[in-house]
Design a protein around this ligand. Sequence first.
Ligand code: FUL
Length: 486
Amino acid sequence: MKNSVFMILLCMRFIPLSGQEFRSANVVRINTVDSEPAILKKAAHVCPTARQVSWQELEFTVFIHFGMNTFTNREWGEKGTSPSLFNPTALDAEQWVATAKMAGARLVIMVAKHHDGFCLWPSQFTDYTVKKSPWRGGRGDVVAEVAAACKKLGMKLGLYLSPWDINSPLYGTEAYNEHFRNQLGELLTQYGKVDEVWFDGACGEGPNGKRQVYDWQSYYTVVRTLQPQAVIAVTGPDVRWVGTESGYGRETEWSVVPVPAAALDEIAATSRQEYTKEGLFLPPGDQMSEDLGSREKIVKAAGLVWYPSEVDVSIRPGWFWHESEDTLVKSPETLTDIWYSSVGRNSVLLLNLPPDRRGLIHENDVAALKKMKSLLDATFRNNLATGATTLKNDTMIQMDLPQPVTFDRIMLQENFLQGQKVESFVVETRSGPAWQEIVRGTTIGHKRLLRCSPVSSAKVRLRITSARDVAEIVHFGLYKAPVSKP
Ligand code: FUL
C-alpha cells in the first residue's frame, strides 16, 4: 500500500489516556467513565505496528512441514526415532520456494523443529539433527537451503520452532528455556533476515507427561533483539491464530480485539514492543468464538489491541506428507474458496505444502496450486470499475461507468494503517429508478472479497451502514470470475 511509512508515523503518535500515555495507538485502555461512542472512537483508532503492516500486506504465506514424520508416516513423532530414517532422495528447497512463489505467496515458513525435536539444521545444542542422518552425508542443512532459495527467488523467510520437544532430556526443566533460546539464537543469526517466527502452543504430553514452564517473555526478547522486524505468531504478541485449521476465517473479523486488564499496566510500564507476557495478549474468553471484537465485546473490555488473524490450513488432510493423501489434495476450487474466506476476510492465509519423501512438493499439489493461481489471476487481473467516475461522501462511494459491466466479485479495502472502522455495508446497483441490493457484509479491514451471482450495471455503490468512525475506503473494485459460482 502506498504511503505506508507516512501512515505508520501517524499511527505512532502518543495517545493520552486518563493520565497515562501509551507510545502508540496499538493498544488503548478503556476507562470506566468512557461512553459507548468514546469506546468506539478509541477502537476505530487502534493501529497496526510497522511489522504488523508488512505482514498483513503479504496476504498469502506458505508453511513447509517436513521432517522425521515424513519418513515415519506420522503427524506427531515419538521419542527415540533414529535420525538414520531421515533420507530424502532428491530434496530441492528451490522447488518448494518456487512453488510457493508461483502460487502467489510472499513468505515461506519452514518448520525447523517439530514436536519430535528433530532439527533440520545442524544445531550444536543437540545431536538429534540432520547431522546424524545419512542425508547429504550428514553435512546437510535444510534451513540453509530454504533460506538460500528464498533469497534467490525474492521471497521472505519465516521459521517455526516447536516449544514442545519430545526428544530433549531437558524438556520439563528450567534448563530447557535456555536450550530453546539457544536454538532460537542459532536460527535467528545464521540464516539472514527472518520475517515471521511461529511458536506453536500445542503439547501432547498428557496428564502424566512432562510439564514445561515456558519462559515466553525471554523467547520474545531473543526474537525482538535478533530480528526486530519479525512478527511473532501465534503464541505471541503480533499475530493471532484464527481459531481453526479449516482455512475458513470469520465473516466478521476484527483486527482490534479486547485485551485483558492485567495486560494494560504492563504495556503502560514498558511499551507494546516489549509487551510479551505469556498469554497476556490473548483476548479474554473463547478464541474460537464467532465474535471476538463486536461492539458488544469491546464495550465490556478493559482495553483494546491490534491483534490480526492468521488462517493456517494444509493443502492435504495432514500437516506432513502421507502417501495415502496423494489423492486427497484440496481441489483448485476448494483452495480458491479458502482464499476468499481468508485473504478475503481480513486475514493472512498460511497454506501448508508438505514435501514428500523425495524432498519435493508432489505433482498433485503443484497442479492444484497452478490452477488455483490461474483462477485467481483470471478473476482479479481486470478491475471492471477502472475508468468509473466516483462520487464520495463519508458513508458512500458511488461509481458511474461509461457502460454497463458484468461482475460477480467485489473487492473492498479500508485504509487499515489508520485502523479498522466499517461494521456493516451494502453494495447496490441501479438500472432503473431504484437502487437494488447485491450483497451485504460486516467487516472490511485490510481486504474483503465478496461473491455474488453475475450482475450487469453501469451504476454501483457501496453504502456503509455502520462504522466506528469515518472509514477511508482505498479500494472498491469489480471483477468477473471465469467460472461463476457464488
Ligand atoms: C499444530 C501442530 O500440532 C501441528 O502438527 C502443526 O504443526 C500445526 C501447524 O500446529 O498445533
